[in-house]
Design a protein around this ligand. Structure first.
Ligand SMILES: *[C@@H]1O[C@H](CO)[C@@H](O)[C@H](O)[C@H]1NC(C)=O
Ligand SMILES: *[C@@H]1O[C@H](CO)[C@@H](O)[C@H](O)[C@H]1NC(C)=O
Ligand SMILES: *[C@@H]1O[C@H](CO)[C@@H](O)[C@H](O)[C@H]1NC(C)=O
Length: 181
């Protein structure tokens, strides 16, 4: 087949170019990684004005009452530097929280956009956790801009279970490939 033959020749030629320039392909083992740790605080407002979390599904669902499998809340929370709601805003945490069979267990899927000293971008994370333990882990699956190719985990810890202004501390433990950054 003439066409197939030509395609293979082209691939061989491109591969040779890549090897010569040594920039097209790098083995994963040669990829340099850097560990990055920082903390920030998620601030929610559960009553108007400026509500940051709403219930979108669930027959009897409420933000603070008992939960049942399938209750879903959607949030667009504010990220701040400290546990004080007067501290500087550093981004947003948006996503959804789903209640599971055990009322203590939740599924969370979120994207946080964060701008701190030296870094700006989004972090994508998700997890299944026991809400009554007050601290848990979320696996980081990816990121954008300064956080491209991010791996690692986030550790949320409940600081204040205030019925109107709950605050959760987030500790980011990331591994970033220098290749992208
Ligand atoms: C919602 O609450 C009502 C009244 O308490 C109850 O009869 C009903 O079974 C509840 N529905 C669900 C899905 O929990
Ligand atoms: C900050 O939190 C306090 C309670 O801790 C509340 O009284 C105040 O209204 C909050 N301010 C804003 C802007 O949310
Ligand atoms: C959730 O955590 C609480 C408090 O540690 C514990 O009593 C409960 O058994 C846990 N539930 C599950 C499903 O792990």
């Amino acid at each position: 087949m003439e066409r197939t033959h030509r395609t293979w020749k082209l691939i061989a030629f491109l591969s040779a170019l890549c090897l010569l320039s040594s920039g097209c392909w790098r083995p994963a083992s040669a990829m340099e990684m850097k560990a990055v740790h920082f903390t920030y605080y998620v601030h929610d407002t559960l009553v108007p004005p400026g509500v940051t979390t709403v219930v979108v599904a669930g027959a009897n669902a409420s933000l603070t009452g008992p939960s049942a499998l399938g209750d879903i809340s959607v949030f667009d929370s504010v990220l701040r530097k400290t546990a004080s709601n007067a501290s500087a805003q550093v981004g947003h945490s948006s996503g959804q929280l789903v209640s599971l069979n055990d009322p203590a267990e939740k599924l969370i899927i979120l994207v946080q956009d964060i701008t701190i000293s030296g870094y700006s971008g989004t972090i994508s994370a998700s997890g299944r956790f026991n809400f009554s333990t007050l601290s848990w882990e979320l696996g980081v699956s990816s990121g954008t801009a300064s956080f491209r190719g991010a791996m690692g985990y986030l550790r949320p810890t409940i600081v204040a279970l205030d019925p109107v202004f709950p605050v959760v501390k987030y500790e980011a433990n990331l591994i970033l490939p220098k290749f992208w950054n």
